[in-house]
Design a protein around this ligand. Structure first.
Ligand code: FAD
Length: 325
């Protein structure tokens, strides 16, 4: 039975994040021939309509209000709720990103709709949608289906491949005015200050090079940075490295840090504690470099290198440089 699907597009710096395209792929599957509507917020939303249609949107609702140019909980909550009320969808998808995690439960609770978060897969079986999500810090996965009602699902980035772009597609576009009373917005973003070192976005990176306490110092991350530059990778870290002050907590991967699902994860000087594995064990290929052959990271690694990271990582960098010229 065809379904009415809504995707709330995740936008950063005026660009669609990959997870928005992944949500459209999940939405297209879930719709079973029904209509996929994408919603995009902010004054630059119109510029994203074409890409949304190429990747699966049949309709696009643009809420062009400049108060939505920067994410704030109150403004996005009001606009998202309004769009859901207008579209009256059977299924809603958005990214399991900082933005999706913040706004989705509020909308689900206020509209009394079902919610399933952090999904790594969406399948159709006997006309029902089955959502897969991790439990017990990623040690196991559970499959969930809902008997009835609208479902809001947040999708973990990098798990569901986006569709191939079809440039012949075009979407029906509608602008929706949402009035956001100034006194209903409890926060106002005046300025966004980014760290100069922000490189590839960790949560969407295809390759992640992570350092643990084994890097031994802030300078110890330098060989990892060099390898990351050659591979176009993002640099991450264990909490051990963050706690030791070798890097910023923004790089932490794991149960209490970021969850990443890259094609390639290279763990350097990381022991492989369960809390770290919770954030990276779904990576497609895992390479571990550790001088202790008994380190538990080797139990999840596809390739293990027993050795000193300060010898191994520069060798890898040199070899990749040669291979990639
Ligand atoms: P260590 O366990 O000290 O391991 C360092 C490794 O480096 C060792 O295996 C060693 O053999 C190797 N090594 C040393 N020198 C070299 C060298 N020159 N070359 C190669 N290898 C070398 N941790 C996270 O990562 N993320 C989380 O989100 C997280 N959340 C937590 C939440 C809670 C509630 C708790 C209790 C803990 C959490 N932790 C988390 C911490 C976690 O339990 C571990 O303490 C942490 O992951 C260890 O970091 P590490 O592997 O870098 O350090």
């Amino acid at each position: 039975m065809s379904k009415n699907v809504l995707v709330l597009a995740d936008v950063r710096d005026g660009e669609l994040r990959n997870v928005a395209l992944e949500c459209l792929a999940a939405g297209t599957k879930a719709a079973e021939g029904g209509v996929v509507t994408a919603a995009v917020f902010g004054s630059q939303g119109k510029q994203l309509v074409e890409k949304l249609s190429h990747f699966g949107a049949d309709q696009v609702i643009v809420v062009p209000n400049p108060q939505l140019d920067q994410y704030t909980t109150d403004a996005y909550f009001q606009a998202f709720k309004k769009v859901v009320e207008k579209v009256n969808p059977d299924i809603i998808f958005t990214g399991h990103t900082a933005f999706g995690r913040d706004v989705s439960p509020r909308v689900a609770a206020r509209l009394d709709i079902g919610m399933v978060s952090d999904c790594t897969d969406v399948e159709l079986a006997d006309g029902r949608l089955i959502f897969t999500r991790p439990i017990y810090a990623g040690k196991a996965f559970v499959k969930k289906a809902f008997k009835e009602g609208t479902i809001l699902a947040t999708l973990r980035p990098n798990n569901i491949p986006a569709l191939e772009a079809d440039t012949s597609r075009s979407a029906v576009v509608e602008e929706l005015e949402v009035e956001l009373a100034a006194d209903s917005l409890r926060t106002l973003v005046k300025d966004v200050v980014r760290k100069a070192s922000d490189g590839v976005d960790l949560s969407e990176a295809r390759i992640v090079i992570s350092g643990g306490r084994g890097v031994k110092s802030e300078e110890g991350f330098q060989p990892l940075q060099e390898l990351a530059e050659v591979l176009g990778a993002a640099v991450g870290a264990s909490r051990g490295a963050c706690d030791a002050g070798y890097c910023d907590y923004g790089l932490q991967i794991g149960q209490t840090g970021k969850v990443v699902t890259p094609d390639l994860y290279i763990a350097c000087g990381i022991s492989g504690a369960i809390q770290h594995l919770a954030g990276m064990s779904n990576s497609k290929v895992i390479v571990a470099i550790n001088k202790d052959p008994e380190a538990s990271i080797f139990s999840v690694a596809d390739y293990g290198i027993v050795g000193d990271l300060f010898e191994v990582v520069p060798l890898l960098t040199e070899e990749f440089k040669k291979a990639l010229v």
